[in-house]
Design a protein around this ligand. Structure first.
Ligand SMILES: [Zn+2]
Length: 193
């Protein structure tokens, strides 16, 4: 029986899924928590550990401490493919290129360097990894908006207009008003410095 466990090790972050073992990177010694396929107890002992396939797979021969039967497990690291939960609950694989394209479109012809765009995409991608395996698209959109907001008001409003899908001129104007207020507040703050 194979179980997929996202790594929740505080040291190597949940960037991998380990099949049938706890964190391999930080604790390569004795993976525990393997359920005996015969009696379901968690009281197993590793008899033999053998790397296979240039160490991308580790094979372990185990003995159950309760029913004494033996079984074999294979452990391998898999890259987590982060899934994005769309507003209609459909899931699609996280796509960095798509995220970057969205940000780039908003930043078109603005005085924003490619480095700044890359930085936003990387930050959002990293922050999304805090969600183990699934992240709502709403969160990704909001994170991008937060970052654009402090970077460039025009890019922000462009992104927000696509993302928030302003249905009418009133909601759009309300957003602009809010932005103007924030912007002049920030300007005053800057002057005081
Ligand atoms: Zn057993």
């Amino acid at each position: 029986m194979l179980t997929k466990l996202p790594i929740c090790c505080s040291i190597c972050k949940p960037q991998y899924v380990v099949v049938s073992a706890p964190c391999l990177l930080f604790n390569p010694e004795k993976p525990k928590y393997m359920r005996c396929p015969f009696c379901s107890s968690f009281n197993d002992r590793v008899l033999d550990t053998r790397p296979l396939d240039q160490s991308s797979v580790v094979r372990r021969r185990r003995a159950c401490g309760d029913c004494k039967k033996r079984f074999t497990t294979y452990e391998r690291l898999e890259e987590v493919s982060l899934m994005v939960i769309k507003s209609d609950q459909r899931r699609e694989q996280f796509n960095r290129t798509k995220l970057r394209e969205g940000v780039m479109r908003a930043c078109e012809k603005r005085p924003i360097s490619s480095d700044a765009i890359e930085k936003i995409v990387t930050e959002v991608e990293n922050e999304a990894q805090d969600f183990v395996m699934e992240v709502p698209s709403r969160i990704l959109g909001e994170k991008v908006m937060q970052k654009l907001f402090s970077l460039d008001p025009v890019a922000y409003i462009r992104f927000a207009s696509v993302y928030k899908n302003f249905g009418d001129i009133d909601t759009f104007m309300a957003e602009l008003k809010k932005l103007r207020k924030e912007f002049s507040k920030n300007k005053k703050k800057d002057k005081r410095k």
